[in-house]
Design a protein around this ligand. Structure first.
Ligand code: AMP
Length: 346
C-alpha cells in the first residue's frame, strides 16, 4: 500500500491530474518508466520532442499521458493525431488511449485499413478527441469523409517516425503534414527506435527547438539477450529450424516451465504459411502472420500468439517493431533481414 502511494505520487509529481494518476494506477503502472519520466515533464512544458526509445519502454504512455493532460486542460474535438506505420500498432495505441482516457472523458478512434470505413466515418461524425491512424486510411478519410478535417489538431505524434518518414510512407505522410496546422499552433513528437537521417532532416524542418531524449542507445538490445549464428546447408535449413524448435520445446518440458514464445522471421509472405504448416505437421504449435492476410486474420493470429495457444509465430517483418507482445523468449531470423535495423530494434 505504501509502495502504491509512493508510486502514484511519482506519476503525480510529473504534473498529471488526479484522473490520469488514477488511470495509470488502474493499469497497474506503479511508477513512470525512464522514457515516461524523461518525456512527460518536457511535454507538459509544451516542448516539441524527438524521443528515441525501444519497444516495450512505455513510449505510448510517454506521449499519451501529456496529450491527455493537455486535452483535460483545454478540451476540444480532433485534438491530437497519432500516426503509425502498421495497423496493429495503431490499434494497440488506440487501446492505450481508451484505457487511460475515460476518466477525463477522452474519446479516440483508430483509422486503419482492413476495417469498415463506414463504421470509422460514423465514429468520426461523433468528433473524437484523438485520432490514431495509419497514413493510407487517414488520407482516404480526409478526401472521402465529408466534414472531416485536421485543421484543429494541436498535437501530432509520429510513432515509428523513421518508417513513416522513409520511402514507403513518405508521400502519404507528406500529404497529411500539408493539411495540419504548422508553426506555433501544433506540438510535434517524433518517437523512433532508430534515428535515421530522414528523422534528423524532418526534425530540423518541422519541429520547433525539439528536446532530444534518448533512453536506449542506437540499435541497442537488452543486456540479457544471447545471440547466436547457425550456419546450415541451404537445402536442410528447414530441418535445422525444426530441430532447434524441438530442442527448445524439450528444455521447457524437462524444466516443467510454462510454454514460452518464439518468433520466426521469414523473408516473404508466401514463406510464412508454408513454414508454419510444416512446423504444425511436426507437432510445433506454429501460426503464420503476414501482410497479405486480412486484418481480422492478422489480429486473430496475433491474439492467439499473445494468449499462448500457438507459441511460435512465423512472420514477415510486419510485427517486428512497436508491438507489445509479452515475453518473447526466442527470435529466429530464418533469413538474414534485408535491413537488420528493422529486427534489431525490436
Ligand atoms: P509500449 O512501449 O508503449 O508499447 O508499452 C509496453 C508495455 O508497457 C505496455 O503493455 C504498457 O501497458 C506497459 N507500460 C507502460 N508504461 C508502464 C509503466 N509505467 N509501468 C508498467 N508498465 C507500463
Amino acid at each position: 500500500m505504501a509502495a502504491e502511494e509512493e508510486n502514484t505520487t511519482s506519476f503525480k509529481s510529473l504534473g498529471l491530474c488526479d484522473q490520469l494518476v488514477k488511470a495509470v494506477a488502474e493499469q497497474q503502472w506503479k511508477s513512470p518508466t525512464p522514457i515516461q519520466a524523461e518525456v512527460i515533464p518536457h511535454a507538459l512544458e509544451g516542448k516539441d520532442l524527438i524521443a528515441l526509445s525501444q519497444t516495450g519502454s512505455g513510449k505510448t504512455g510517454a506521449f499519451a499521458l501529456p496529450i491527455l493532460q493537455a486535452l483535460f486542460d483545454s478540451p476540444q474535438p480532433f485534438f491530437a493525431l497519432v500516426l503509425s506505420p502498421t495497423r496493429e500498432l495503431a490499434l494497440q495505441i488506440d487501446q492505450q488511449f481508451q484505457a487511460l482516457g475515460p476518466g477525463i472523458g477522452a474519446k479516440s478512434v483508430a483509422l486503419v485499413g482492413g476495417e469498415s470505413e463506414v463504421q470509422q466515418s460514423t465514429v468520426l461524425a461523433k468528433q473524437p478527441h484523438i485520432i490514431v491512424a495509419t497514413p493510407g486510411r487517414l488520407l482516404h478519410h480526409l478526401t472521402k469523409t465529408r466534414g472531416f478535417s485536421l485543421g484543429t489538431i494541436k498535437y501530432l505524434v509520429l510513432d515509428e517516425a523513421d518508417r513513416l518518414l522513409g520511402e514507403e510512407f513518405e508521400k502519404t505522410t507528406n500529404e497529411i503534414l500539408k493539411v495540419i496546422p504548422h508553426g506555433g499552433e501544433r506540438r510535434t513528437y517524433l518517437f523512433s527506435a532508430t534515428m535515421t537521417n530522414k528523422v534528423k532532416k524532418v526534425a530540423r524542418a518541422g519541429l520547433r527547438n525539439p528536446v532530444k531524449i534518448e533512453v536506449a542507445s542506437k540499435y541497442s538490445t537488452v543486456e540479457t539477450l544471447q545471440q547466436q549464428m547457425m550456419s546450415t546447408p541451404v537445402q536442410y535449413k528447414g530441418c535445422y529450424l525444426v530441430c532447434l524448435l524441438k530442442k527448445w520445446q524439450r528444455t521447457d518440458q524437462k524444466k516443467k516451465k510454462c510454454q514460452r514464445r518464439a518468433m520466426v522471421f521469414a523473408e516473404k509472405c508466401a514463406e510464412t504459411p508454408f513454414l508454419a504448416c510444416m512446423l504444425q505437421n511436426l507437432g510445433i504449435k506454429a501460426i503464420p502472420l503476414h501482410g497479405k492476410m486480412s486484418q481480422s486474420e492478422r489480429v486473430g493470429a496475433l491474439n492467439v500468439f499473445k494468449a499462448g495457444q500457438n507459441n511460435v509465430l512465423v512472420c514477415t517483418n510486419l510485427p517486428s517493431r512497436g508491438l507489445d507482445i509479452p515475453s518473447v523468449d526466442m527470435v529466429i531470423n530464418y533469413n538474414m533481414p534485408e535491413n537488420p535495423k528493422v529486427r534489431l530494434a525490436t
